[in-house]
Design a protein around this ligand. Structure first.
Ligand code: AMP
Ligand code: GLY
Length: 420
């Protein structure tokens, strides 16, 4: 069986590792130096729909897994299916749940799914007028479209809010993605990521997790794609889980179906546990990264079985089981990330296969290999994973040896999972 995973970061490394098995030949486009130890990497860009379809057709791929937001929102799954290739991931109509916050907010309003109060604007003067009339800070300004996780501004006062609106709507920051903005009520409470498989009829979540988005310790610094994750999320109690299931997960998949946009794939619920219960902060149409690195590490059920059940709308027939215990991933990043940073630094502490036997596993986010040596090739470079009976044990394991791996300018957060 030939499987193609489209993407080239830590999430795809984790996906490829979970899909590996006897009789399965794995390909990854474009992949990275770590993934190359498990799959054949092919140099096709993740948003090159024609290139991916041509390759999948020529190679007679049996299953293509599209795991990044951009190709999903652009309709790569539709194009693969049209070419007769079995594909995992939501189609374009369903991926809009991440591709347009204006859409997802409207969906939640229409179907009474708990989320922050909001208004949508396509005119910057009207947006600024609204901010003035609300006169409530902090307030949250969001670019409606995809913005590499950078399209959210928490404005502390009128000037910051007005500046954010002008940069996005008039200044072209984020291109078309910022032409429409959502202005949202600021919520407080712990955040939870729930990555859930759905075939449009039922929902089977992976273990809950907690991302750490700010670049530096104590949640200081800029927002990033994620600096580290723990699972399970200590704030996600059985009571909250039940409420989220009844008021958010099931209503969301039913709403998408009712809108003629049945969602099949992984739906990522970014929740905030407010004093009024869990509310949706954002939906993503794919696995989170680095969430996938811990959640898939704790998945006991064969990932291929789950993906097939989603595609065949038979998810209700299988169990999605997680291991007991906990896991952590700490991201090792290039100095300067998430702003400008240098690439091409030699990474010390990895063996020939890009691993270090002292760790449970090391997922590669941005690496390259030359003459047998590994080099940094992105902002987030490595995901260092540990498992244990609880978060504390995971933290102790990862932080006691993390300094055996390094490259010039590398940094990581010391407080993933909370101060020890
Ligand atoms: P997003 O890209 O939508 O996940 O937003 C990035 C981060 O901004 C979230 O993880 C939250 O920490 C924060 N955020 C987004 N929306 C809100 C909100 N309505 N209230 C408070 N914080 C928010
Ligand atoms: N870690 C957040 C995301 O994947 O969107």
């Amino acid at each position: 069986m030939k499987i193609l995973v489209v993407g080239g970061g830590g999430r795809e490394h984790a996906t490829v590792k979970s899909l590996a098995g006897e009789g399965r030949e794995l390909f990854c486009a474009p992949g990275n130096a770590g993934i190359a130890n498990l799959a054949k990497c092919v140099d096709i860009k993740t948003n090159d729909i024609d290139g991916i379809v041509k390759f999948a057709t020529a190679e007679k791929i049996d299953l293509a897994v599209v795991s990044q937001d951009e190709p999903l929102v652009l309709g790569m799954v539709d194009a693969l299916k049209a070419a007769g290739i079995r594909a995992f991931g939501p189609d374009k109509k369903a991926a809009i749940i991440e591709g347009s916050k204006a859409f997802s907010k409207e969906l939640m309003k229409k179907y009474s799914i708990p989320t922050a109060a909001y208004e949508t604007f396509t005119d910057s003067a009207a947006a600024v007028e609204y901010i003035k009339s609300q006169n409530k800070y902090p307030t949250v300004i969001k670019a409606s479209g995809l913005a590499l996780g950078k399209g959210v501004v928490i404005a502390q006062n009128f000037d910051e809010a007005a500046q954010a609106v002008k940069e996005m709507m008039d200044g072209g920051k984020f291109g078309d993605s910022g032409k429409t903005v959502v202005i949202e009520e600021f919520l407080t409470g712990p955040e939870v990521s729930v990555l859930a498989f759905t075939d449009g009829n039922c929902v089977k979540p992976l273990i809950s997790s907690k991302d750490h988005k700010r670049a530096h310790d104590n949640d200081e610094g800029l927002n990033t794609g994620g600096m580290g994750v723990i699972a399970p999320n200590p704030y996600y109690t059985p009571e909250i889980e039940k409420e989220a299931y009844e008021k958010i997960f099931i209503p969301t998949i039913n709403a998408m179906k009712a809108e003629g946009r049945t969602f099949k794939g992984v739906l990522y619920f970014g929740l905030m546990i407010t004093k009024d219960g869990p509310k949706v902060i954002e939906y993503n149409c794919r696995l989170g990264d680095p969430e996938a690195q811990v959640c898939l590490s704790l998945l006991k059920t064969d990932l291929l079985t789950v993906m097939n059940a989603v595609i065949d709308e038979k998810l209700a027939d299988i169990e999605v089981e997680n291991e007991d215990g906990a896991a952590i991933v700490v991201m090792m990043c290039s100095g300067g990330y998430p702003e400008s940073y240098e690439k091409g630094k030699e990474i010390y502490g990895l063996d020939e296969s890009g691993q270090n036997p002292d760790f449970e596993y090391i997922f590669h986010s941005g690496t390259a290999k030359k003459d047998g040596k590994y080099y940094s090739n992105g902002g987030r470079v490595l995901g260092l994973v540990e498992k244990g009976k609880d978060i504390k044990e995971c933290q102790d394991k990862v932080y006691s040896k993390i300094d055996s791996i390094s490259f010039d300018g590398s940094f990581y957060r010391h407080d993933i999972g909370g101060m020890r």
